[in-house]
Design a protein around this ligand. Structure first.
Ligand SMILES: *[C@@H]1O[C@H](CO)[C@@H](O)[C@H](O)[C@H]1NC(C)=O
Ligand SMILES: *[C@@H]1O[C@H](CO)[C@@H](O)[C@H](O)[C@H]1NC(C)=O
Ligand SMILES: *[C@@H]1O[C@H](CO)[C@@H](O)[C@H](O)[C@H]1NC(C)=O
Ligand SMILES: *[C@@H]1O[C@H](CO)[C@@H](O)[C@H](O)[C@H]1NC(C)=O
Length: 397
């Protein structure tokens, strides 16, 4: 009798336990996956990747650097103009840089005849300097390496139309390849390298950025609150530009954190409506998932700058300079100009739909020590040339 009762008691207890697990199961897995993500976000907090050597303004021999960009070939007919003007400004860079320097243009893309015509091959002759190299790159959402957890989470949580995240995704590829360089300029294709870039590097092992335009006070408060939620340091760096110029290991470090943070943001900080391809734009500029790479980079750069893992220098005009201001290169130090979305001169949209053709075709004198004249010349001249002609020009250097 007593034994029977005891058995019933145990069965009852078992049912209670199962019931408890059943009710709490979603919660248990939910918090566990968040704990993992939190760990991942902080997993490289103690990784200090200092360059082998710190070049200074007076010690700068045999510099090897790479400009790295993502080129989506499925949209190559849209972006061909940008690629051509970046390419022409790269040609002028290698013409003007110190003779012992090397600047490679590294394009992450699937194979394309367009890149072949520009001489951007997957395996370029390592003995030659100043190569255009193509790294085979499949978009984050098209990769099939399912053993990579970061990739898996991106594919689950980040909407596929947020393709701009591929500009960080390229940093997950083949880091040994990038580590052979002293410096990396990670940027977009709609940019111009100015004459000053030819001999400018981030001295004293710094990591340099310019200004970006994604943040209202509302956005900054929100990012700052998220930093607190995630226990990230926030050193009040704002308007973090989208282009980074620094040592390769540090560029990759920041990129990895920014990708983990993108997963977190999509999972926790954007609503379903805010993730919808058509509706999300209504949240610009307060909280727009289309610029998630900027938000994630903002958090990552503040955190690592605060921890001293990168020696961050933000120079307002140096990088990502405005494409609508006409400034003398002799007065302001500018190495890189970004063509933002604008309808003012210089607007990439108006340039590409031919609105400037008439003015530019008549222009015979370019005052190229001025930023606006400089980018107009590069854009116009590169557009007058075929990809083969550009390659021909490059191979004559
Ligand atoms: C952060 O910077 C902004 C302007 O750049 C300034 O107004 C604000 O007071 C700063 N906040 C802190 C906590 O330093
Ligand atoms: C180019 O686009 C602008 C605005 O997007 C428009 O006003 C203009 O008419 C277009 N020009 C041509 C030649 O299509
Ligand atoms: C460029 O502009 C400066 C300042 O306005 C002027 O002194 C110079 O002569 C101009 N050069 C050309 C080639 O137009
Ligand atoms: C930029 O300024 C220079 C010097 O004043 C001038 O020569 C040039 O025409 C200007 N360019 C544009 C596109 O406004």
């Amino acid at each position: 009798m007593i034994r029977r009762r005891r058995r019933n008691f145990f069965i009852f207890l078992l049912i209670l336990i199962l019931l408890y697990i059943f009710i709490h199961y979603p919660y248990v897995t939910y918090s566990r996956s968040h704990l993992n993500l939190f760990d991942k976000i902080h997993s490289e907090d103690n990784l200090y990747v200092t360059p082998k050597y710190c070049f200074t303004k007076t010690e700068k021999k045999n510099i090897r650097r790479a400009i790295i960009v993502h080129f989506p070939i499925e949209r190559s007919s849209v972006y061909i103009s940008e690629l051509k003007w970046l390419y022409l400004s790269w040609i002028e860079t290698i013409q003007n840089q110190p003779s012992d320097w090397q600047t490679d243009l590294v394009i992450y893309s699937l194979p394309s005849s367009l890149l072949d015509e520009l001489g951007c091959y997957e395996y370029n002759n390592k003995l030659l300097k100043n190569n255009c190299i193509r790294i085979n790159y499949n978009s984050l959402w098209d990769k099939t390496k399912n053993n990579n957890e970061l990739l898996r989470l991106i594919q689950i949580h980040v909407p596929k139309w947020c393709r701009h995240l591929d500009s960080l995704g390229i940093l997950l590829e083949n880091s040994n390849f990038l580590n052979q360089y002293d410096y990396i300029l990670r940027t977009d294709i709609d940019v111009f390298l100015t004459p000053h870039f030819a001999h400018y590097i981030p001295f004293d092992c710094s990591f340099q950025i310019g200004l970006g335009g994604y943040s209202l006070d509302y956005t900054l408060h929100k990012l700052s609150r998220i930093a607190q939620t995630l226990n990230l340091l926030d050193v009040n760096l704002t308007h973090v530009g989208s282009t980074w110029y620094g040592p390769p290991q540090q560029i990759a470090l920041v990129g990895r954190l920014a990708l983990w943070l993108s997963v977190w943001l999509c999972q926790n900080e954007f609503t379903l409506v805010e993730k919808d391809q058509r509706l999300s734009i209504l949240s610009w500029p307060q909280w727009y998932i289309g610029v998630i790479s900027m938000y994630a980079s903002h958090l990552a750069i503040n955190h690592y700058a605060g921890r001293g893992q990168i020696k961050l220098i933000q120079k307002p005009y140096l990088i990502d300079y405005s494409c609508t201001t006409n400034t003398s290169f002799n007065e302001v130090e500018i190495i890189h100009i970004h063509s933002w979305h604008t309808n003012q001169m210089f607007s990439k949209f108006l340039f590409k739909n031919g609105s400037y053709d008439e003015i530019l075709s008549k222009k015979t004198q370019w005052n190229t020590s001025y930023s606006l004249d400089f980018i107009l010349r590069i854009a116009w001249q590169s557009n007058q040339m075929t990809t083969k002609e550009l390659y021909h020009l490059k191979s004559q250097i």
